[in-house]
Design a protein around this ligand. Structure first.
Ligand code: NAI
Length: 335
């Protein structure tokens, strides 16, 4: 049996974590031969609820769960972790402006970035799920000068999977037979779900698709899917968000299948003309625990415009919190 790895999860008593933790414990993220130590982090007010989660974990008797630790602070919670899934965030309250939300989360993710810097394993892989995820990842990274910005990612995998599922449903294929879907930009309604390069059974899908369906149905549906689910369920997506987080981490660690790519929000290196210094969703391939942006995908005028619009939103989010950020290190500037 392998040595256990340490996984921190914030917001561990919340809705997404209620799926996420149990799937990680079952081996869905790192495989059936990788024992885990779960370091679950919550706000002090939610520790009693977190105790309930720990009881349920015990009652599952998962063979891979080596230990479960409960923490009410990031410093202890991130101690020696190899993976950190930052799910907890401040939700938008009544009458709260977008700027207030960004600032409130800037505080949380600054503390968590510093704690990761000081206490996590130096090779830690970080996934930010809590919204606004891209900018929260940027904030955490900027507060962790001892770690590489490339260690900080945010989740667009749910959007990627939504795009894949919606396309597969439309053409009558199994999602597993659909490849080369991409999501560009922010995890928000400005994101650009891109199926211009998608294939089904190894054949391009574009010749069989109606352009009007793509621009008037497919793209807005993926962009608005979160709101559609809230309207139907009265609660935001939880099981599918947990599934996206598992897929993101698994592929980052174990690699993407040959001939396909996935979407991850990562620090922009300037590829495709996207401004450096923001965390932007790109199509990537993963191997040996690293990711690389897929280069040379054709970008037409429509795609360029959509990619710019979502980039602009991320630049605005960054400008709104810039005064709260420590100066970027040289590596962060060149990321
Ligand atoms: P939830 O409200 O059910 O749970 C959030 C939990 O985080 C709560 O238990 C809360 O006590 C905890 N929390 C808040 N601040 C914390 C802190 N500083 N440290 C530790 N714990 C903290 O929310 P849910 O449904 O689990 O969603 C979590 C986040 O994920 C939200 O921000 C949501 O918008 C976001 N989300 C992101 C998606 C993506 O694709 N990137 C998809 C769906 C949701």
């Amino acid at each position: 049996m392998k040595r256990p790895v340490r996984i921190a999860i914030t917001g561990a008593a919340g809705s997404i974590s209620n799926s996420l933790i149990f799937r990680i414990a079952a081996g869905d993220m790192l495989g059936p031969d990788q024992p885990v130590i779960l370091q679950l982090i919550e706000r002090p007010e939610a520790m009693e609820a977190l105790r309930g989660v720990a009881m349920e974990l015990e009652d599952c008797a998962f063979p891979l769960v080596h230990a479960v630790r409960l923490h009410d602070n990031a410093e202890d919670g991130f101690s020696k972790v190899h993976f950190a899934l930052l799910v907890g965030a401040k939700p938008r309250g009544k009458g709260m402006e977008r700027k207030d939300l960004l600032e409130a989360n800037a505080e949380i993710f600054s503390v968590q970035g510093r704690a990761l810097n000081d206490h996590a394993n130096p090779d830690v892989k970080v996934l930010v799920v809590g919204n606004p995820a891209n900018t929260n990842a940027l904030i955490a990274s900027r507060n962790a000068p001892g770690l590489s910005p490339s260690q900080f990612t945010a989740m667009s995998r749910l959007d990627h999977n939504r795009a894949k599922g919606s396309l597969a449903n439309h053409i009558g294929a199994n999602p597993a037979d659909v490849t080369r879907v991409a999501v560009w930009g922010n995890h928000s309604a400005t994101q650009y779900p891109d199926i211009r390069n998608a294939e089904a059974f190894g054949e391009p899908v574009m010749p069989n698709l109606d352009a009007k369906w793509i621009s008037e149905t497919f793209i807005p549906r993926v962009q608005q899917r979160g709101a559609e689910i809230i309207a139907a369920r009265g609660q935001s997506s939880a099981a599918s968000a947990a599934n996206g987080a598992i897929d993101h981490m698994r592929d980052w660690v174990k690699g993407t299948p040959d001939g396909d790519f996935v979407s991850m929000c990562i620090p922009s290196d300037g590829s495709y003309g996207v401004a450096k210094g923001i965390v932007y969703s790109f199509p990537v391939r993963c191997r040996f625990g690293r990711y690389q942006i897929v280069q040379n995908l054709p970008i037409d005028d429509d795609a360029k415009q959509r990619m710019k619009a979502t980039e602009q939103e991320l630049l605005e989010e960054k400008a709104a919190v810039e005064h709260l950020l420590p100066a970027a290190t040289e590596e962060a500037q060149n990321a």
